[in-house]
Design a protein around this ligand. Structure first.
Ligand code: PLZ
Length: 455
């Protein structure tokens, strides 16, 4: 099947009648505990376009939350999966093995920063990769404590939701939480409440002091950071912060881990977001873009750390599933051969100036930030720094009704974040930005009731 026409086409109301009919079935069949950005049902997708069941072509600025960097149906990924599914779907990598998993491991060992022997372990979801980072770091160091940041997002399992910062909707009612997780302030430049002269230094000092006084550095197994905080609102740490934390970890025998599940594999304009600062983590967690849309995650890092857990200590029935592994080999080759990190930089050069110009038109956008194809605008009540989540809900609803799918993020729910597939064309991108601009300019006259479930 060829890729859908790369053009925004709005034929019906969005969501249209066919989507609404399906949504009626959802309401009587599927748990209401999952929210959804918009009750839209997709028929086909590819490049920068999602085609819904009513035939509307929406511009995709979500990429399924940073997953379909190579597009939702890249021909090489599709071909690799078809070829694999014809041969076998599953053996269980713990039972009998297959080459594709090795292909993924070898590629990740080569692509991740660090000139030392590496090993990779494959899992299925991002949260599972982070769970395993914790297990591996604890066994390697013989220590218990895990240090994470404010505004962090690491997943929804018991351990990873404990590591996640935001209460509603991720944690409310789900306690008691996992022990030995410690949180230090995130260097969030726009909302930093310290002196603010050198935020990297101030935030690092707080981390170091909290580790020394509240935990004891000798008790810390790992410090885990997202090099740009994703769900937290695309918070870019000030230059120097990650370098200082990595150095502190090294000096104290602590495993330094980058959660690159959202930022990794080209998204920020480099293969990994830590590369912007030349930081070399001991372990890197990847998922999302790794397998071009199939569920696969990985932990990659120093061989002596990755081999610390005795054989049998790690695993999972579906870990490194052959379909996902075959897809990942193809997706990684596409990312490298089509130089998608460079494309992410081009996307930044289109998106960022336009959002910055828009921010200058009024005082609703407090900050435009991010890197590569991971750019956000934080909305505030005009003339203040007070978060304005209602504004972003209205903007997202307006855009979706006009065939542009955008996501909301942030601890305060007041951030519009753009995460297009890296293969999106310039025309589509500019068309989507036109709609976004209209929405922001017309904000005062937009209806107050929003599309039913823009969350
Ligand atoms: N680490 C940095 O961004 C997943 C969450 C979607 P899983 N982010 C999307 C939702 O609301 O459930 C994420 C991430 C970072 C870990 C994860 C977790 O990855 O594949 O969702 O488990």
């Amino acid at each position: 099947m060829s890729q859908p026409t790369q053009q925004r086409i709005v034929k019906t109301a969005i969501p249209g009648p066919a989507s609404l009919e399906l949504h009626g079935r959802r309401e009587t069949s599927f748990s209401s505990s999952f929210s959804v950005t918009v009750p839209l049902y997709i028929d086909r997708a590819g490049g920068g376009i999602l085609v819904d069941v009513d035939g509307n072509h929406l511009i995709d600025l979500a990429a399924g939350i940073a997953v379909t960097s190579v597009g939702a149906s890249h021909p090489r990924v599709v071909e690799a999966v078809k070829e694999q599914v014809d041969r076998f779907t599953h053996t269980g990598f713990l039972v009998t093995q297959y080459e594709a998993a090795l292909g993924v491991a070898e590629r990740l060992n080569a692509l991740t920063p660090g000139d030392f022997p590496k090993r990779t372990a494959l899992f299925s979801t991002g949260a599972e990769a982070i769970e395993n980072v914790v297990k591996i770091s604890r066994v390697y160091t013989g220590r218990d404590a895990i240090v994470v940041l404010g505004h962090a997002y690491h997943g929804r399992t018991l351990l990873t939701m404990t590591m996640t910062s935001k209460n509603v909707p991720y944690k409310e009612g789900f306690g008691p939480f996992a022990p030995e997780i410690y949180r230090v302030p995130s260097p969030y430049p726009y909302r930093w409440t310290g002196r603010g002269e050198d935020i990297a230094q101030e935030a690092f000092d707080q981390l170091a002091e909290q580790v020394r006084t509240q935990i004891g550095a000798h008790n810390v197994a790992a410090i885990i950071v997202e090099p740009i905080q994703g769900e937290g609102g695309f918070i870019v740490p000030p230059e120097g912060y990650l370098t200082k934390v990595a150095k502190f970890a090294r000096e104290n025998g602590i495993v330094f881990v980058a959660d690159e599940i959202q930022t990794g594999l080209g998204r920020t304009g480099d293969m990994f977001a830590v590369n912007h600062e030349g930081v070399v983590p001991d372990l890197i967690a990847t998922a999302k873009a790794l397998a071009g849309g199939l569920p696969l995650s990985a932990v990659t890092g120093r061989a002596e750390i990755m081999n610390a857990v005795p054989a049998g200590g790690l695993g999972g029935t579906y870990s490194g599933n052959p379909l996902a592994a075959a897809a990942a080999v193809a997706a990684l080759d596409v990312i490298v051969e089509e130089d998608l990190p460079a494309r992410a930089r081009e996307i930044e050069s289109i998106v960022k100036p336009r959002l910055e110009a828009l921010a200058k038109e009024g005082s609703r956008i407090g900050e435009v930030r991010g890197r590569g194809a991971m750019i956000a605008a934080e909305f505030v009540v005009p003339g203040t720094t007070e978060p304005d989540p209602d504004a972003v809900k209205k903007i997202a609803a307006y855009a979706i009704e006009r065939g542009v799918l955008i996501l909301v993020a942030g601890t305060f729910g007041n951030v519009i974040r753009l995460l297009p597939p890296l293969v999106i064309g310039d025309e589509l991108l500019n068309d989507a930005l036109d709609v976004l601009e209209e929405a922001v300019r017309d904000l005062d006259v937009l209806p107050t009731e929003v599309v039913r479930s823009v969350a």
